[in-house]
Design a protein around this ligand. Structure first.
Ligand SMILES: Cc1cc2nc3c(=O)[nH]c(=O)nc-3n(C[C@H](O)[C@H](O)[C@H](O)COP(=O)(O)O)c2cc1C
Ligand SMILES: Nc1ncnc2c1ncn2[C@@H]1O[C@H](COP(=O)(O)OP(=O)(O)OP(=O)(O)O)[C@@H](O)[C@H]1O
Length: 316
């Protein structure tokens, strides 16, 4: 998959494609349906498929403090889009200039002059352009004049409710991982590189892999049953995601995983952690000894869970 960063990096050979536009945070089953349709249309027309995304996402630009935590970092979003068979991503900087573009200017500058779009696939609720004035009807009219077709993707629902990134965030916040998995079509995962920690965990008796989060906000906090893939094998584990109030720190969120019965060196490796069940909230303990007792109980609960239940299909 090719990544084009910014309109100025589009070249004449990029013109001619089928496209869709949106945040695609988490690439949930609603997104996957649009991407599937996009791939079909690309094959029919013999042109590449292109997904237009924004960085930052519009809500992060307008109200950074109020914007919800991302389900996936840009890097992981790009991987998910590549996995869905997308040929090209145009990543536009969402800034003052872009947010002031009228719907007509957006169509002319980005879709027609920039991408030479032949077909556009969007959700029926899709809105764009300054003050979100552009909608499906607007696009259809623009398409007649500028020679591209537009199709509204069918809404994908789960139990009668439209699937959205917001619904996935709500499921994670309430610890409903089976719902999150049904919305996403896969377990919720966080990937990152293993860094050196304060080396306290060894003293606590449970060595942990400290995974770099590289994000300002995370969509979940607490202690979880997780699984981690290492060299093609899936290992059960227990993870804490939070600010570690007992040992204090810089207030930033950390993800730490204790992989059950694993003894190898994980420093520097990139791990993907899949979340399956919430054990408890993160707590501030009065002493390291009390924290150690709690972590031992978490590990025991993880063992009981994985022993008592056959590994889910998605865990191999
Ligand atoms: C399963 C598990 C549960 C944890 N629960 C808490 C907790 O409730 N409160 C807390 O302050 N830290 C918690 N931690 C984080 C520990 O404080 C942290 O692992 C320890 O300080 C070691 O840090 P280090 O790897 O940087 O040395 C937990 C860690 C694990 C692995
Ligand atoms: N459940 C769904 N069914 C069909 N299309 C969808 C669905 N969810 C999103 N889309 C479409 O996918 C594209 C990208 O959506 P986008 O990520 O911007 O919104 P979203 O998933 O609804 O997220 P949020 O909850 O943050 O609004 C848009 O065209 C949108 O209309």
């Amino acid at each position: 998959m090719q990544l084009v960063r910014g309109l100025h990096n589009l070249r004449p050979q990029h013109r001619g494609c089928v496209a869709t536009i949106g945040n695609f945070d988490g690439v949930h089953r609603g997104h996957q349906a649009i991407l599937e349709r996009l791939r079909e249309r690309a094959l029919e027309l013999g042109v590449p498929s292109c997904v237009v995304i924004f960085e930052p996402q519009p809500r992060e630009f307008f109200a950074p403090e109020l914007a919800p935590a991302r389900l996936a970092r840009l890097r992981d979003k790009l991987q998910l889009l590549a996995d869905a068979g997308v040929d090209r991503v145009l990543c536009l900087a969402f800034n003052q200039r872009l947010c002031k573009l009228s719907a007509a200017e957006f169509v002319d500058t980005i879709l027609v002059d920039g991408l030479g779009v032949q077909h556009l696939e969007v959700g029926d609720d899709f809105r764009f352009g300054c003050d979100r004035v552009g909608d499906f009807d607007f696009l259809q009219q623009a398409g007649v004049m500028r020679n591209f077709t537009v199709e509204a993707a069918q809404t994908v629902e789960l139990d009668g409710v439209r699937i959205s990134s917001t619904k996935v965030r709500d499921a994670l916040a309430s610890g409903d991982f089976s719902l999150a998995e049904r919305l996403l079509g896969r377990p919720f995962q966080i990937a990152g590189r293993v860094l050196h920690g304060q080396k306290l965990a060894r003293q606590l008796g449970t060595p942990t892999a400290n995974i770099q989060l590289k994000r300002r906000r995370v969509p979940l906090t607490g202690v979880y049953l997780v699984s981690v893939e290492i060299d093609g094998k899936t290992w059960p584990g227990v993870a804490n995601i939070g600010v570690r109030p007992t040992v204090s720190g810089d207030g930033s969120a950390h993800l730490e995983v204790h992989v059950l019965d694993f003894a190898g060196d994980l420093y520097g490796r990139r791990l993907t952690v899949a979340f399956h069940h919430k054990l408890r909230d993160e707590q501030r303990f009065a002493s390291l000894e009390a924290l150690k007792t709690a972590i031992n109980a978490d590990v025991a609960a993880a063992r009981a869970y994985w022993l008592g239940q056959p590994l889910k299909k998605s865990l191999k």
